[in-house]
Design a protein around this ligand. Structure first.
Ligand code: WT7
Length: 635
């Protein structure tokens, strides 16, 4: 499959799809080239103009202070992202517009106007404040995809507290590590959540995590599934009881924040075992997220926008929670996945809620493509006007299926390249741009990217190299929480003078970027970002395992799967049961998304003489391709 797709890419990469005239005429941006060129001549002017579309309590003295590699955006300004996401809108006609349409996996629907959402956030903020949450405090949110998850995030930001959302699919151990790193004294969870017809027992998992952490003082539990869960006296409280108590009724003012004050921490995998706490701030982040969503999805007042991600990932932070609200749009949030109870679920949502903008992942598209055209064929998808994809490279075959079968060749596809760290779209089409299937196309205005070699020299057209960002941008991560040295080392010391993305890419003769994939020890499985080191240390934490090395193997639907090579201690012997036990163990330590597809028992791992595992050799063997230079191999 991989090889066939490569050939297909080569043969078809000259395919260009030009935007329809009416699309350009009505778009926020009609001439990409002109705006892009101008934005590079005066990036600070460009971002100042973007910032002026939002409200500030106090204007900035300086757009950018760049003290390599630490940037300060909108220096001296006062603001709060929640003021722009909610407070600003309820002063206008928009107060009665729907902010959020939510559908649960079992099918119930809840809607909130901007005014109602603001009232709910106010109640949540009142509760948090009453429990002692203050500006700068970290609050960990471990929840299913329900409206209260969004409200909890906004309530934290309203108070100036820093939220740390942990995806509801992570294990208790992963949750515990993140609570400890963030030193969160407050945790918000739910009694459970629905996933493919089953209940995920979030509160039980949360209890396992929190029982080991003495400094957690308060656990707020939202009722979702109605399960009986143990409540620890003095620590755990039901959210519905709290809002109906005096704690829930205060009128909470939106906190005045410095533009550079932290908004959230979001943990993501890197090349070492420990997840990094990527930190974003109020000011620059809101400017970047607002402008990028407005322009790329060409947000209009009458749109209904559906992003299928989970708020637990950056896509959800930027483009389910903050971006759509900053743009004043109506967004649909759905609790479940694409294929339950059948592969028509998302298409039924598009029809029912008249979705006009749909944003999803290549893995989902490939999976739905495999389920057959009859599923989308059963529903009226004519409300769609624009499509998007994110998370991993989209192969041209899946691109064309999305374009033809879902968009009926009417809807351009925005293939958005970005990262947890970038906070916002970085390489992406705008609706006025000609598209090439499989290419994320051009940099967003104000963003300066290139493909270079290890020394930072541009490699030139159509040559592979490292994708780098050449100057600061407003939604960039501020730092890694509590670890500014690691921030410098990981992103800014690898190649002198630029931000190293960790991706390899190629730029063609038209300046179109083709993302090839990760170059480091990060693996993308179904678009989820996992570190090889984390999975390896999960394996080694099993008593039978002596050593482990994992690699990514290309997969038709998931993009990649994980193959783990394991040497067992002398006291244990290889068996199918042992394989299953190790796979389950990784699921238990990290969460189901990190489970290896295969365990291969091996007597000795290939290592260099200095003891480094040669994953390259393992990968070559797994793929049945030449092993390359093995002169450094020890044995
Ligand atoms: C990595 C970042 C940004 C939201 C979700 C992922 C890969 C992301 C694309 C795309 C090719 C992509 C890159 C990147 N990636 N979007 N459109 N085409 N690759 O965020 O978990 O921080 O992962 O995802 O490898 O570095 P993340």
């Amino acid at each position: 499959m991989e090889e066939r797709e490569d050939i297909e890419t080569l043969l078809r990469e000259d395919e260009v799809i030009y935007p329809a005239k009416n699309l350009i005429e009505n778009a926020h941006v009609k001439d990409y080239e002109q705006i892009y060129q101008r934005s590079l001549v005066d990036p600070e002017g460009f971002w100042a103009e973007a910032a002026a579309e939002l409200e500030w309590f106090q204007p900035w003295e300086k757009v950018l202070h760049w003290d390599y590699p630490f940037a300060q955006w909108f220096v001296g300004a006062k603001c709060n992202i929640v003021h722009n996401a909610l407070d600003r809108h309820i002063k206008t006609w928009r107060r009665n517009k729907l902010a959020l349409i939510w559908e649960g996996e079992p099918g119930e629907v809840k809607v909130y106007s901007y005014l109602q959402l603001d009232q709910e956030v106010n109640k949540f903020a009142s509760v948090l404040k009453g429990l002692g949450v203050k500006k700068g405090d970290r609050v960990t949110i471990y929840m299913p995809r329900i409206p209260e998850q969004v409200m909890a995030m906004l309530a934290c930001a309203k108070l100036g507290a820093i939220h740390s959302v942990v995806y509801g699919g992570f294990s208790g151990e992963a949750l515990s590590d993140r609570i400890v790193d963030a030193e969160s004294r407050f945790v918000i969870t739910a009694d459970g959540g629905y996933r493919n017809g089953k209940v995920i027992e979030l509160k039980n998992i949360c209890d396992q995590a929190v029982s080991r952490i003495p400094f957690v003082k308060s656990v707020i539990v939202v009722r979702r599934v109605g399960h009986q869960v143990p409540m620890v006296a003095g620590r755990d409280q039901w959210y519905d009881e709290l809002i109906n108590s005096p704690l829930g009724s205060a009128n909470v003012a939106t906190e005045v924040m410095d533009a550079e004050d932290p908004l959230y921490i979001l943990y993501t995998s890197g090349t070492t075992g420990k997840p990094k706490g990527v930190m974003h701030v109020h000011g620059g982040y809101m400017v970047g997220v607002h402008r990028s969503l407005k322009w790329v999805f060409d947000i209009k007042d009458e749109d209904t926008y559906f992003c299928t991600a989970d708020p637990g990932w950056v896509t959800g932070h930027s483009y389910i929670v903050y971006g759509p609200l900053l743009c004043g749009t109506t967004s649909l949030m759905y609790e479940g996945g694409p294929s339950f109870p059948d592969p028509g679920r998302w298409w039924s949502l598009v029809e029912k809620h008249r979705v006009s903008l749909l944003y999803t992942t290549p893995t989902a598209i490939r999976g739905l493509m495999r389920s057959g055209d009859e599923w989308p064929g059963r529903y009226d998808l004519s409300s769609l006007r624009l499509l998007g994809t994110v998370g991993e490279p989209i192969n041209p075959k899946a691109w064309r299926w999305y374009y033809k079968t879902i968009g009926k060749e009417r809807c351009p596809i925005m293939d958005t390249w970005w990262q947890t760290e970038t906070g916002m779209f970085m390489i992406t089409p705008l609706p006025c741009l000609a598209l090439k299937p499989g290419s994320a196309t051009r940099p967003f205005p104000g963003i300066d990217v290139d493909v270079v070699d290890e020394k930072g020299q541009p490699v030139g057209a159509n040559k592979g190299g490292q994708l780098v960002i050449k100057r600061p941008w407003p939604a960039m991560l501020k730092t890694i929480y509590k670890d500014p040295d690691r921030y410098r080392e990981v992103y800014w010391d690898k190649i002198p003078g630029v931000y190293a993305t960790g991706d390899s890419a190629r730029k063609d003769e038209d300046g179109y970027f083709w993302i090839m994939g990760r170059m480091d020890d990060v693996i993308k499985v179904s678009g989820y970002r996992l570190g090889t080191a984390e999975i390896e240390s999960a394996l080694v934490s099993h008593p039978a395992v002596a050593e482990a090395a994992v690699i990514a193997k290309p997969h038709d639907i998931k993009g990649n799967v994980i193959i783990a090579f394991v040497t067992l201690k002398a006291s244990s012997s290889p068996s199918d049961e042992m394989k299953q036990e190790l796979i389950a163990h990784v699921g238990h330590v990290m969460g189901p998304i990190a489970k290896p597809a295969e365990i291969r028992f091996i007597d000795l791992l290939p290592k260099t003489r200095s003891g480094k595992i040669m994953r390259r050799v393992l990968k070559a063997r797994e793929m049945g391709i030449p092993e390359g230079d093995i002169s450094t191999l020890e044995d």
